[in-house]
Design a protein around this ligand. Structure first.
Ligand SMILES: [Zn+2]
Length: 187
């Protein structure tokens, strides 16, 4: 390695550090903080908004789902489709608020749980507790952990183990399967 290469390496590492500092500034440093974030998720819910509970199961027929959802939402939520990376406006959603299921309005994540993974899909390092079920799928040969809404069964995405500490998890979610409720929106 030449001096020049070493210098370049240091420079790149330095810039990466600055980026990390900006992008991850608000992230929790301990599991205790993550637990508090989960427990207090309603602090990011807009005042007066009524939301369902995971236990208030929503079961509809395929025809009813087709009527309730648009074609893209139906493909992802009911047929386990995947949206094109970088296509969701929610990738850049940074306002305080709550991300709910586009199929049934169940709150799934808060803005505090979101981070920039660079994958092109909205990514979260944890979830509101009790809102997802999981299964293993083999669509890409290697097993992946699929997750779906506990209330309506709608498919949302996959969980990976390359997320930021302290959880180390990346909940990779289709933006089309989510609706964002800004904290300052009116009921
Ligand atoms: Zn749902």
């Amino acid at each position: 390695m030449t001096r020049r290469e070493i210098l370049q390496g240091l420079l790149t590492a330095g810039i990466w550090h600055v980026f990390r500092g900006i992008g991850f500034a608000a992230q929790p440093s301990s599991m205790k903080e993550v637990e508090n974030m989960q427990k207090n998720w309603k602090s990011l819910l807009a005042d007066g908004i009524k939301v369902p509970l995971p236990s208030e199961s929503l079961k509809l027929s395929t025809d009813q789902w087709r009527k309730r959802l648009d074609a893209a939402q139906f493909n992802i939520l009911r047929e386990e489709g995947t949206e094109r990376p970088g296509s969701s406006p929610l990738n850049n959603e940074k306002r305080p608020g709550v991300f709910a299921c586009a199929g049934c309005d169940l709150p799934l994540f808060t803005s505090a749980m979101k981070y920039e993974s660079g994958t092109g899909w909205p990514s979260f390092f944890t979830t509101i507790p009790g809102v997802f079920g999981t299964s293993t799928d083999f669509k890409l040969v290697l097993p992946r952990t699929e997750y779906h809404c506990a209330r309506c069964g709608g498919h949302h995405g996959h969980i990976f183990n390359d997320g930021p500490q302290p959880t180390g998890k990346r909940w990779c979610n289709n933006g089309i399967a989510l609706k964002f409720i800004p904290k300052n929106s009116k009921a």
